[in-house]
Design a protein around this ligand. Sequence first.
Ligand code: F6R
Length: 252
Amino acid sequence: MLVVLAADTAALDREAARIVAHRAREKPAITLGLAAGSTPLGMYRELVRLHREEGLDLSGVTTFNLDEYLGVAPSHPRSFHRFMREALFDHVDLEAYCAEYERRIARAGGIDLQVLGIGRDGHVGFNEPTSSLASRTRVKTLTLATIEDNRRVFGEGERVPECAITMGIGTILEAREILLLGAGPTKRDAVAKAVEGPLTASVTASALQLHPRVTVLLDREAAAGLRHLDYYERVMRTTAAITSGRAARARD
Ligand code: F6R
């Protein structure tokens, strides 16, 4: 894992967008896996800016949503993606739906770059604690903590979904490259466990330790629980020259 420390959230947004834009320029028909949630919002805004102001062409890009709430109305603005709504509300066979989703990823040639957030309980996607580290796309029951965290994006008195469809950890690990974003103090413990803790299904983000090409991009608050911060800062400085296409750059 390459741990990259950003001075603040704005710097994190810019750096995350720079990584994605760099990959999209290298491979215009790139396949991206994309997380929803508050963490990557600034990155998406910056990508739009790059598109509008700096000619970033994303027209050839294919994207897969990392996960989706179950039981959210088709017109709901918080729904992660419209195409999944129809499938869910037409009462499709969810197992068949999940299998088809995996087949579509395979048909697209696999995911080149998977963008992830991290939950307070260390989940990636909605792979809650005790999810199999070999899991594939499937329906998961959300923990009460995750349901509470999700409540803030739903309206007053609105039902917050208790289940979601999510890529599995096995699915995520098949992406060729992974960008994990962490921002804010509530992510501190989860980030520390994911990056420096033991590999465990209790913190599914720790499975990323098995992947050969992961960048963990953190603001200072999210990075505050890491024991080896000095080391990551040195790695950023000393390898800036040879990782220019990856994340660390001397001026950061
Ligand atoms: C969203 C997803 C979740 C979130 C995580 C953090 O597609 O898969 O794992 O990334 O719950 O959410 P935020 O960024 O809202 O703190």
